[in-house]
Ligand binder design. Sequence first.
Ligand code: SF4
Length: 382
Amino acid sequence: MLGLYVHVPFCSAICNYCNFNRGLFDADLKVRYVDALVTEIERAGGAGRAGGAGQVRSAADTIFFGGGTPSLLEPDDIARIIAACESAFDVAADREVTLEANPESVTEARLAAYRRAGVTRLSFGVQSFRDDELRRLSRLHSADRARAAFAEARAAGFDNVSLDLMMWLPEQRVSEWLESVDASIALGPEHLSLYMLEVYPNAPLKDDMARGRWSQAPDDDVAAMYLAAMERLDAAGYGQYEISNVAKPGRRSRHNLKYWTDGEWLGFGCGAHSTRDGVRWKNVSSTAEYIDKAVGCGTLGVDVRRLTADERLGDALFTGLRLVDGIDANAIQTRYGIDVWRRFGADLEPFLEAGCLRRDGDRLSLTRQGMLLAHEVMSVFV
Ligand code: SF4
């Protein structure tokens, strides 16, 4: 089944570390953008249908509103976009509909309205439960606002909530990072994503760090942050299923799993990526250009590329290894006709010997220690 991704490129303020496709919220632009999204989605559904009686719409079972800050869209906007998805695709009754939200942009009433609009899962961009760290990241919310947003989500009836946290923040030491991990565990969300802050060369954060003489912890401490967090989450009943993601039983992100299990998805909105039938493409990045082209029925896709058999294999192995379950060499053989051991065995051997990889029958997976060196291991495949 397809996953449907909907990009919302608006934010109330731009965080100093952000490298996403986003801009400042503008009410008029937002209205035109939602119209453009609905047009694009309905057109994509039409393309999926060959026309005529009895033609089957493509099936989808996840919708993911990502951003930017999707919680800046009104619940009515979200309802309209979900309705467009339902009219263009055969969306499963047990669908997962995720909305990314920033803590400062919600109230209990607003969250309840999102729920009525069809959202089933919330993902809050919390990043830290320490106010000093949030200030250094120029986030608009405080730790208390994040806790309040979580309580509002529960009061609005959401039983599937994820929190994003970031480690390796400026001036953050291991114990401070673990405060945020413990604070998250205390709230009891169903899902957590733990990312490492990446300071991009042109990010304003780089200048802020120089001015404030803020530093990031040494590499050994980052490894300690990751391993200690995962141990605490294990003990609290969360199962790690991907390098950066843990979930309570039955609460893995069904949408994101499509990216890691060789699945197919369509992305709508400016800069959104799609992969379907071995073809990968990206929509134009600029919001204004996207609106013009979507409404004017112009071509939205750029960088349209049919993947070679080798690229598809490399992607399946590369993304599959992100999962704790790893890669099933038998399934790869069936799908791509490649014997993983014969083709990559010699290159993988040193990682197996070093304890970064584990082989269990036909399965190949990263050990937790190996997850810290994931990029090195995965480079074998690409
Ligand atoms: S809220 Fe998210 S998308 Fe928006 S500027 Fe901050 S990090 Fe970037």
